[in-house]
Design a protein around this ligand. Structure first.
Ligand code: FE
Ligand code: MN
Length: 487
């Protein structure tokens, strides 16, 4: 048909070029699927006699010490510890110097059984009326076995209060878990937002299930005794185990990990909110009723109305199951919650949603799918400036290993994804911007792998500049791809 071979070749070439060009026009996002393959340590739990789980010296010495925020605004701390042999003292001594504990707080003690496992004595103590931005020392336990720790209270709630959060999920108790915690502790993070799946003790049967909660508590103490971990629950906390007669959901978790739920008018420890520095943090429960008219749904609606971006510009949601996930693992599990809550997240301009569950890392662009319904036909997420960024950090390093199979092709909304272990940090600088990093555990080194500047959804204000920058990056990516494809 072509009179001239040369002309045909030229047209073919043009077609190829326009194919490449159109591909980018349509996909828009040019997301990255990292090709990094880590040399994997075995995903097995650290043995019971390892020093990572060492029992502190002395008769009935307090162990598994952990703290969390104890009120709405960060002037109180909930402190928990376990004594193994006897209840011991409930009194906690604290003060602004480690040589003079001026104050005391009285705690409560509880324990529970799980099949034939009998827990230690679990002490919970609320230390309140603290001053902001102050280092406190505290002492627990009796006589020779007493132990001392410290923590720093956050700055007062305010729009420009700088603060650095760490985000960790699906941690477990393997050598990879240890690596994640050690890397996090070197990051300068001040508080951990924990996105669920703590100990993976439910992978064990009978007596060992309780034992592995204790080892996990001793393992994370190196961080949890000194800074608050903000807890959200995952599926491994449910522990519905009829084969051993244990059917009350979250039994171990609720006995061991308290949350300040009443301070945000929640009626359930599994969902609540806190305010810390310049952030309003909403904790949701993927495994509690959440559909319309349930207590969690009603509470969330009320809590979102209370958010005051003039005081706390950063609106952060944490939960276990990701709403956007392009991994084969747990694909579509977040869809039911998306159907109920996504429009709220967009309406209230949530800055970022952190989740875990999928044992890999993934970050989305700002997208929403709120126009989708079963009869509309609009069924694909679209760019949406009011939508949050969705980040999955289920890569703490538990014994189940990595979720290495991402769906192919990478959906347009997915900006970056990689199956390796790590943690994230969100360093809030002021009311307009925060620096975000995902740090891969790269065989002993902490490597900042995915990072970007997060502009505040309420105060950001420089949308126009940002768009121009995005466009520039976008063209850059197009050219890079064209060259690497050898066209
Ligand atoms: Fe998990
Ligand atoms: Mn999970």
């Amino acid at each position: 048909m072509w009179k001239d071979k040369g002309m045909g070749l030229m047209l073919l070439h043009l077609q190829l070029v326009s194919f490449v060009f159109l591909r980018f026009v349509y996909s828009g996002s040019a997301g990255v699927t990292s090709r990094f393959v880590r040399s994997e340590w075995p995903s097995t739990d650290i043995p019971l006699d390892n020093e990572a789980f060492a029992v502190p010296k002395g008769y009935n010495a307090p162990q598994q010490v952990h703290i969390t925020q104890g009120d709405y605004d960060g002037k109180a701390v909930l402190i928990t510890w376990v004594t193994a042999e006897a209840p011991g003292s409930n009194t906690l001594h604290y003060g602004k110097s480690d040589s003079n504990y001026e104050f005391t707080a009285e705690g409560t003690v509880t324990n529970y059984t799980f099949y034939n496992y009998q827990s230690g004595f679990i002490h919970h103590s609320l230390v309140d009326c603290l001053e902001y931005d102050t280092k406190y020392f505290y002492k627990i336990g009796d006589g020779e076995s007493a132990r001392e720790f410290w923590f720093q209270t956050p700055p007062e709630i305010g729009p420009n209060a700088a603060y650095k959060f760490g985000i960790i999920g699906d941690l477990g108790q393997t050598y990879n878990s240890l690596s994640t915690v050690e890397h996090y502790m070197r990051s300068g993070g001040q508080t951990v937002l924990f996105v669920g799946d703590l100990s993976y003790a439910d992978r064990y049967k009978y007596h060992d299930c309780g034992v592995r909660w204790d080892t996990w508590g001793r393992f994370v103490e190196r961080s949890t005794a000194y800074q608050p971990w903000i807890w959200s629950a995952g599926n491994h906390e449910i522990e519905y185990m009829p084969y051993m007669g244990e059917t009350a959901p979250f039994k171990s978790y609720l006995h061991r990990y308290k949350t300040p739920f009443a301070a945000s008018n929640s009626t359930d420890p599994l969902w609540y909110a806190i305010r810390r520095a310049s952030a309003h943090i909403i904790v949701l429960s993927s495994y509690s009723p959440f559909v319309k008219y349930t207590p969690q749904w009603r509470w969330l609606g009320e809590e979102l109305k209370r958010v005051d971006r003039e005081k706390t510009p950063w609106l952060i949601v944490i939960m276990h199951v990701p709403i956007y996930n392009s991994n084969e693992a747990h694909f579509m599990e977040g869809e039911s919650m998306r159907a109920v809550y996504e429009s709220l997240f967009v309406h209230y301009k949530v800055d970022v949603v952190f989740a875990g569950h999928v044992h890999a890392y993934e970050r989305s662009y700002r997208i929403s799918n709120i126009h989708y319904n079963v009869s509309s036909g609009d069924r694909y997420p679209v760019p949406d400036k009011s939508a949050p960024v969705y980040i999955t950090v289920g890569d703490g390093g538990n014994q189940e290993g990595l979720a290495g199979r991402f769906r192919d092709p990478q959906p347009d909304y997915s900006a970056f994804r990689e199956a390796s272990y790590g943690h994230s940090t969100l360093e809030i600088k002021n009311r307009t911007h925060a620096i975000y990093h995902w740090n891969r555990n790269d065989d002993g080194k902490k490597v900042a792998t995915d990072s970007f500047t997060l502009y505040n959804q309420y105060w950001g204000g420089n949308n126009r500049r940002r768009r121009r920058k995005l466009k520039k990056n976008y063209l850059h990516t197009v050219f890079a791809e064209v060259f690497s494809n050898g066209l």
